[in-house]
Design a protein around this ligand. Structure first.
Ligand code: SF4
Length: 374
């Protein structure tokens, strides 16, 4: 009789998956307390399901669920960043370097299923970041990796730059043993986090995490904008300092090579592209899922943090943008680059500004910058 687990493992390599593991679909009861606590602390982000039951019970998603096949795909791509020093540019995290991993990883999991279908009648559901279950818990249970103190899953061979996807199946397959955390006394990620979003070992306040901030539509507090530096999408800091990534095996998935961006976005270009042009050029990358305006907002924050006077003209024009968000952040960036000139420009802009909200924001900004000392 064919060994099903061996067959899946072989096919996983064939379709280009880096890591594969198996776990039961028993409810993740141990997660319940943690999720309730997170809710109480106000840590639930707009990207998560608030229904705790559906977050812990795979059978709520597929009643015939038996074994979950978990997969990891490394995006730790060797690529020499072509940092063009003379242009105003912002950084993209490695997770948004190439083609959207949702499509790439989903495609590989689909190919794996099509191999399985040839030998078995199977019921299944594939998820890459989309289901209500906590994919990191699945990865941990399936032995894909262990939780680092930065709350990311770390694989012994590939480190933490891995995307996780899984297939809930009705198949009976021998499961793997769970991974155990292995950070030891290291706390480098907690020390390096620019916003101190890692509040303690294994405790992340997502509302302070720069990766979340670059994606949220909520108003970003001024103090946190300062810490975003020139990050336009995502943040790699806690992974870049992690010793477990130092000698990790590199990813080989060609789709993750940043052929179009080189890992950077040209900020001036982001001011000039129409939505359609943006979609055509950057629609393939994971970081574009929130649309152009959120990235443009992050570009404006980057301009404020770069404090490069070349940006003043661009930002002054953006004060007349039709989007309230773009006007609001441009006002902040102008104050950040040159407080005296910024104040003069904002006071003059107040005479033509129609929105009460923006007028109030400008007064708040002037007050704020008058109070702080550089
Ligand atoms: Fe663990 Fe250190 Fe890596 Fe943080 S930097 S995840 S503490 S090994």
């Amino acid at each position: 009789m064919m060994n099903l687990k061996k067959f899946i493992k072989e096919k996983a390599i064939e379709v280009g998956l880096d890591i594969i593991g198996f776990c039961s679909s028993e409810p993740f009861h141990e997660m319940k307390e943690y999720l309730v606590l997170r809710k109480q602390k106000g840590y639930v982000t707009e990207f998560e399901s608030i229904d705790i039951e559906s977050r812990i019970n795979p059978k709520k998603i597929m009643s015939s669920a038996k074994t979950i096949i978990a997969a990891g795909l490394s995006y730790n791509i060797d690529f020499n960043n072509n940092d063009k020093e003379n242009i105003l540019q912002g950084r993209l995290s490695k997770s948004s370097w190439g083609i959207d991993y949702h499509n790439v990883l989903y495609g590989k999991l689909e190919s794996l299923v099509s191999h399985l279908k040839k030998i078995k009648d199977i019921e299944y559901k594939i998820f890459v970041d989309t289901g209500p279950l906590v994919d990191r818990e699945i990865a941990k249970r399936a032995g894909i990796g262990w939780y680092g103190k930065n709350c990311l899953i770390i694989n012994d061979e590939y480190g933490s730059f891995i995307f996780i996807g899984y297939i809930i199946t009705n198949l009976e397959i021998e499961v793997d043993s769970e991974s155990v955390s292995n950070c030891g006394n290291c706390r480098l990620c907690l020390d390096a986090c620019p916003t101190k979003a890692l509040e303690d070992d294994y405790i992340l306040n997502p509302k302070k995490c720069i990766s979340y901030l670059t994606q949220t539509k909520e108003k970003i507090p001024y103090e946190l904008r300062d810490k975003m530096n020139t990050k336009i999408y995502g943040c790699d800091t806690c992974q870049l300092v992690c010793p477990k990534n130092k000698n990790a095996r590199k990813g080989k998935t060609k789709e993750f090579i940043p052929k179009v961006t080189g890992g950077y976005l040209d900020i001036v270009e982001m001011f000039n592209l129409s939505n359609k042009e943006f979609k055509r050029k950057y629609g393939h990358m994971a970081g574009s899922w929130r649309g152009k305006n959120i990235l443009k907002r992050n570009c404006i924050i980057a301009l404020g943090n770069l404090r490069d006077k070349r940006a003043i003209e661009l930002l002054s024009k953006a004060l007349g943008d039709s989007s309230l968000m773009i006007r609001e952040y441009s006002a902040w960036a102008l104050m950040k680059i040159d407080r005296k000139l910024g104040k003069k420009m904002l006071l003059s802009h107040l005479e033509k500004e129609k929105s009460i909200e923006i007028k109030e924001e400008i007064h708040k900004l002037i007050d704020y910058f008058d109070r702080i000392v550089d």
